[in-house]
Design a protein around this ligand. Structure first.
Ligand SMILES: [Zn+2]
Ligand SMILES: [Zn+2]
Ligand SMILES: [Zn+2]
Length: 264
């Protein structure tokens, strides 16, 4: 935020006041013991996010983990090619469909052919060891699959577990019950693209379905987990303080913010 071509209240105030700008949703992982780090999703803000991660924790980028092929989640891979950083065999974890998509479509295929990246397949349900202290489990979630399927992740550290699900069409079509799944987690960062169904005049929200933040909050009110809503569309009133944020807080749920950290 601001989004190109948009002059809504949030985008307008983000243009006049740079402190109101927001980067695309992204999560960094760090193993302090081995001095390794990963980014979940390579967003269009990859440069700033890599820098932010490494200003907090100076250690090399060990790999990138991808959820799916919508622009907010993988377009940042362009920074890895020879026109830019030119990484060598950087591990990129993805579902088999996502990996196939990258392998067979330019410009991503060049990253594979020139060995800037090395694709590593994630099998949903199976746990992948990123490092001695960090383990990753992928879960397939229902989401518009124009190009690929979509994954959400559980990251397991030595003592705590975090669930990261930035995109899903609806909790009802997921194979897990949201409330009991989240109750087993210590932290959950969840898709809150839209607060209400009428916030994008002129766009048919059934074509871009997401659980409304109000629906997610009702399902999770009072759950024993640190729940943060993330992946807010520029139109979302949760970007600013007001009655919508207060309504959420009354249910024990808050909005994620840049630079927040959790120890796992
Ligand atoms: Zn806007
Ligand atoms: Zn998406
Ligand atoms: Zn998205």
């Amino acid at each position: 935020m601001p989004q190109a071509g948009c002059y809504c209240a949030n985008c307008g105030s983000a243009r006049t006041d740079p402190s109101r700008r927001r980067l695309v949703t992204c999560l960094g992982l760090v193993d302090h013991a081995t001095r390794q780090s990963w980014l979940i999703d390579a967003t269009p803000d990859f440069r700033e996010q890599l820098h932010a991660l490494h200003s907090l924790v100076p250690c090399p980028l060990t790999g990138v983990v991808l959820t799916h092929a919508h622009i907010g989640h993988y377009a940042g891979l362009v920074h890895l090619g020879r026109e830019a950083w030119g990484t060598g065999d950087l591990p990129v974890y993805a579902s088999p469909r996502m990996a196939n998509f990258l392998r067979h479509h330019a410009p991503w295929s060049q990253l594979v052919a020139m060995r800037n990246i090395e694709l590593r397949l994630l099998t949903p349900g199976g746990e992948t060891r990123l490092s001695p202290n960090l383990h990753l489990t992928a879960f397939r979630v229902p989401h518009r699959d124009e190009f690929t399927d979509t994954l959400a992740f559980v990251v397991r550290g030595p003592t705590r577990r975090l669930f990261y699900c930035p995109d899903i069409d609806t909790w009802d079509r997921w194979e897990h019950d949201l409330r009991s799944f989240v109750a087993d987690m210590d932290v959950a960062l969840l898709d809150a693209t839209f607060f209400s169904a009428d916030e994008l005049p002129g766009r048919d929200l059934s074509q871009i379905p997401h659980p409304l933040a109000t629906d997610t909050a009702r399902r999770l009110a009072g759950v024993d987990c640190d729940v943060r809503l993330v992946h807010l569309n520029h139109s979302n009133p949760l970007h600013r303080s007001g009655p919508e944020r207060d309504w959420l807080a009354a249910r024990g749920i808050s909005v994620g913010s840049f630079g927040e950290r959790w120890r796992l």
